[in-house]
Design a protein around this ligand. Structure first.
Ligand SMILES: [Zn+2]
Length: 248
């Protein structure tokens, strides 16, 4: 009994699994890039909203302080007038102290307002740059959306096609062999390897002559002692381009 039909079915399965893996990787990458941009946009929206609230709050506080300072300015005027009307030295000293205290409070308030103005200016600048960034990101997303959605739909379509094709192939592989194939594929990414000249095509390990002889007869599959993949003999003439070395 020859295992040739099984080899053909396994090879077809391995080809389709490799295509499915590439498609899935591409889909994941595309989706992640899209999600990354969307979450960056949401982050900018949050930042803008927070900045707007805090600017409003600072502006309210500044306006309150400006009201206070106008009141203080009147108090300073009144206090100065009182000083000019003083008759005794004691009265004059007391009025002078009051005036100085008021002036100090006035200066403190002025400094508070200056600090706030500075912070408000910074917040506005930050808001402006976040808003510019948001604008270009949003338009980039908008422009690319059709392309991205098209690519995603296309990849999903191919994925569905290949998955159906794969389902048609599975019955062609013997049950136990298929289960072994799946177990190894899930662990290693690829499950089959061939030998033409005594080495494993996947891990390039030199096989024992006994094993090679057995595979050469072409009646049964073997297992690579190094990478555990399903092994079979393939004549040199059938050799395809050398596959890259895979991890053992
Ligand atoms: Zn191997």
């Amino acid at each position: 009994m020859t295992i040739h039909p099984q080899i053909e079915a396994l090879e077809a399965l391995a080809r389709i699994d490799a295509e499915l893996k590439d498609l899935n990787d591409a889909l994941t990458q595309e989706r992640e890039a899209l999600r990354g941009k969307q979450s960056h946009l949401a982050g900018l929206d949050d930042r803008l909203e927070r900045s707007r609230k805090s600017t409003e709050e600072m502006e309210r506080t500044r306006n309150d302080l400006m009201g206070e300072i106008r009141q203080m300015s009147l108090q300073v005027d009144r206090s100065r007038e009182k000083l000019s009307r003083c008759r005794t030295e004691r009265e004059a000293n007391a009025a002078q102290r009051e005036l100085e205290e008021l002036r100090k409070l006035y200066r403190d308030r002025e400094q508070d307002i200056e600090k706030l103005e500075l912070l408000i200016g910074q917040a506005r600048e930050e808001s402006l740059s976040a808003s510019t960034e948001r604008g270009s990101l949003a338009s980039e997303l908008g422009e690319n959306q059709t392309d991205v959605m098209g690519r995603l739909a296309e990849a999903e379509r191919s994925l569905a096609e290949k998955t159906a094709e794969r389902a048609g192939l599975v019955p062609r592989v013997d049950g136990p062999l298929y289960r072994r194939y799946e177990m190894i594929r899930k662990r290693k990414g690829t499950a089959i390897a061939h030998t033409s000249n005594g080495t494993c095509s996947a891990c390039h390990m030199q096989l024992q002559p006994m094993l090679f002889q057995k595979l050469f007869q072409g009646n049964e599959f073997g297992q690579c002692p190094s990478c555990n993949r399903i092994l079979y003999f393939r004549a040199e003439s059938r050799a395809e381009p050398e596959s890259p070395t895979e991890p053992a």
